[in-house]
Design a protein around this ligand. Structure first.
Ligand code: NAD
Length: 486
C-alpha cells in the first residue's frame, strides 16, 4: 500500500469493497510523524444498515454450512493473513505507532485465534437434562444470534478485528466489525482478504467514527449481540443507545487500573522486571491489562523505585519501524494530550516524578505524539493518577505497610481487570488471590495472556469473558427442546 494523502481505501459490505454512502472520509495519521497516510470511508447509519441487511441474508447459509465448512474458511483467512503479514505489519506500524516487534506478535495472534476457534467448533454442543420426567427427552441446542457487531479499540486493530471475531463466526454468526477510527488502514486490507475468503455478507468491515458507525451498530434492531472492547465511558454509551431501541446481549472488555503487589518476601529482581514489563511500555502503556499501579511493601520501597527507574531508562524510544525500538509514539493527538494532561495532574497532586514526564529531546521527536516512559513515586490512593486509567506510559508507585492495607488499596478503584501478586509464600498468594477484585490474576508473573484462558474484568472493567471457550459459547443462544413421551 502506498501511504499518503491520496491513499483512498475501501471497506467491506455485502462482499463488495465500497466507500461510504455519504462520500465522507476519515484521515489516518502516522503518529510518529503527523503525516496523513490514508483515507478510510466514514461510514454512518446508512452503511451499517446495508451491512446488517447483508449479514441477515448471509448468516442462515453460513450456519447451515456446518462446523467443518466454517472452520475451513477461518483457517483459510488465517493462512492468507499470514501470507500478507509483512504488508499488514508495515501499514499497522505506520498507522498505530506500535513497534514492529510488538505488532509481529499481534499478526501471529490473529491467525492463532482463527485456528483456535476453528478447532473448537465441535464444542458448540448442547446438553441432555434428566428433569423429573424420565419418559421425556429434554435437550438444549446452541444457535447463533445471527449478527454480531464487533467494536474494536485502537491498540491492537488487526488482532482484535480477527482473533476476536473468530469465535462469533465459528458459532455461525455473520459479523460487522467496526475498527478504531484513528487506525483503520489495516482493516481495509483485511477487507480485501476477507472478501475472497468468506461467502458474501458473512464478514462486513465498516470503518467510521464511534458516534457514526459505532452508535449505528449499537442502535440497529437486527444486531442483537454486540461485543465491545474499549473504555467504560463508551461501553455505557453503547448500553444506553442499545437500550433505547431493544434488548441486546452486550459483552464488554474494558479498561483497567491494575495493581502489582509486592510482598516483603518477593523475588525483588523478578518483581522489578515484571513491574516494567507489566506496564507494557512496548505498547506505550496502551494496554488494558497494564499493571499501572505498583503497590510495594515499605521494606523494599526505595530499592524498588531505584530498580524500576534504572530499567525504565533502558527503554529505547524511537522509530517504531526499527527493530531497535522498544517504544513508539502515542496513537493519536487526543490520546497524547490526555497522557500529558495526566502528567500535569500527577505533579499538581504531589506525586514525585522520578523518570520521564515530557516529550523526548531531539529533532526526531519535535513532530509526532511522543512522550517519555514516565514513573511517579509516592503516589497515594486519593490522587487521580492512582484512580483513573491513563492508557499511556505512566507508572505509579505506591507504598504499604500491612497486608490488609495492600488489598484495600488494590481494590480501591472502580476497575478490576488484572492483578499481579509477588510473594514466595503460597498462603499469602492464596489469600490475596481470593480477596482481589480482578478477572485475571498472575502470581509471580505478569502480562501474558495464556492461550485458551478466559480474559475479562470485574467491576467497571467489563462483562463477560473472551479468549477461551466461554467467548465462543457467548455468541450462541440456548434453545431448550422437550420431546414428550407418548
Ligand atoms: P474507546 O472506547 O474510545 O473506543 C473503542 C471503540 O469504540 C472505537 O472503535 C470507537 O470508534 C468506538 N466508539 C466510540 N464511541 C462510540 C459510541 N458512542 N458507540 C459505539 N462505538 C463507539 O476506546 P479506545 O480509546 O479506542 O481504547 C482504549 C480503551 O480500550 C481503554 O479503556 C482500554 O483499557 C480498553 N481496552 C480494553 C481491552 C480489554 O480486553 N479489556 C483491550 C484493549 C483496550
Amino acid at each position: 500500500m502506498k501511504l499518503g494523502p491520496d491513499n483512498k481505501r475501501a471497506m467491506l459490505i455485502d462482499g463488495e469493497l465500497t466507500e461510504a454512502a455519504s462520500g465522507q472520509w476519515i484521515e489516518s495519521v502516522n503518529p510518529a510523524t503527523e503525516d496523513v497516510i490514508g483515507l478510510v470511508p466514514a461510514a454512518d447509519a446508512a452503511d451499517v444498515d446495508r451491512a446488517a441487511w447483508a449479514a441477515k441474508a448471509a448468516y442462515p447459509a453460513w450456519h447451515a454450512l456446518g462446523i467443518e465448512g466454517r472452520a475451513e474458511c477461518l483457517r483459510e483467512y488465517a493462512r492468507r493473513i499470514q501470507a500478507s503479514a509483512q504488508a499488514l505489519l508495515d501499514v499497522e506500524v505506520a498507522d498505530t505507532g506500535n513497534t514492529m516487534a510488538a505488532l509481529r506478535g499481534d499478526v501471529n495472534a490473529a491467525s492463532w485465534g482463527l485456528n483456535y476457534y476453528a478447532g473448537l467448533g465441535y464444542e458448540l454442543k448442547g446438553e441432555s437434562i434428566p428433569a423429573t420426567t424420565p419418559d421425556n427427552l429434554h435437550v438444549t441446542l446452541r444457535e447463533p444470534y445471527g449478527i454480531v457487531g464487533r467494536i474494536v479499540p485502537f491498540n491492537h486493530p488487526i488482532m482484535f478485528a480477527t482473533a476476536r471475531t473468530a469465535a462469533a463466526l465459528m458459532a455461525g454468526n455473520a459479523v460487522i466489525v467496526k475498527p478504531p477510527e484513528t487506525s483503520s488502514l489495516s482493516a481495509t486490507m483485511l477487507s480485501e482478504i476477507a472478501r475472497d475468503v468468506f461467502p458474501r455478507g458473512v464478514m462486513n468491515i465498516v470503518t467510521g467514527t464511534g458516534r457514526g458507525a459505532g452508535d449505528a451498530i449499537a442502535r440497529h434492531r437486527d444486531i442483537k449481540r454486540i461485543a465491545f472492547i474499549g473504555s467504560p465511558q463508551t461501553a455505557r454509551q453503547i448500553q444506553r443507545s442499545a437500550a433505547e431501541v431493544c434488548v441486546k446481549h452486550i459483552s464488554l472488555e474494558l479498561g483497567g487500573k491494575n495493581p502489582l503487589i509486592v510482598y516483603p518476601d518477593a523475588d525483588v529482581d523478578g518483581a522489578v522486571d515484571a513491574a516494567v514489563c507489566g506496564m507494557n511500555f512496548l505498547w506505550q502503556g496502551q494496554s488494558c491489562g497494564s499493571t499501572s499501579r505498583l503497590l510495594v511493601h515499605d521494606s523494599l520501597y526505595e530499592r524498588f523505585v531505584e530498580g524500576v527507574v534504572e530499567r525504565v531508562k533502558e527503554i529505547r524510544i524511537g522509530d517504531p519501524r526499527s527493530p531497535d525500538s522498544s517504544m513508539g509514539p502515542i496513537n493519536s493527538k487526543a490520546q497524547h494530550e490526555k497522557v500529558l494532561g495526566y502528567i500535569e495532574v500527577a505533579m499538581q497532586d504531589g506525586a514525585r516524578l522520578v523518570c520521564g514526564g515530557k516529550r523526548p529531546a531531539g529533532s526526531a521527536y519535535t513532530r509526532g505524539y511522543w512522550v517519555e516512559p514516565t514513573v511517579f513515586a509516592d503516589v497515594t490512593p486519593d490522587m487521580r493518577i492512582a484512580q483513573e486509567e491513563v492508557f499511556g506510559p505512566i507508572l505509579s508507585i505506591m507504598r504499604w505497610s500491612d497486608a490488609e492495607q495492600a488489598i484495600t488499596m488494590a481494590n480501591g478503584v472502580e476497575y478490576g481487570l488484572t492483578a499481579s501478586v509477588w510473594t514466595r509464600d503460597l498462603r499469602t498468594a492464596m489469600q490475596a488471590v481470593r480477596r482481589l477484585d480482578a478477572g485475571y490474576i498472575w502470581v509471580n508473573g505478569v502480562g501474558t495472556h495464556f492461550k485458551g484462558v478466559p480474559f475479562g474484568g470485574y467491576k467497571n472493567s467489563g462483562v463477560g469473558r473472551e479468549e477461551g471457550i466461554e467467548e465462543m459459547l457467548s455468541y450462541t443462544e440456548t434453545k431448550a427442546v422437550n420431546f414428550l413421551g407418548t
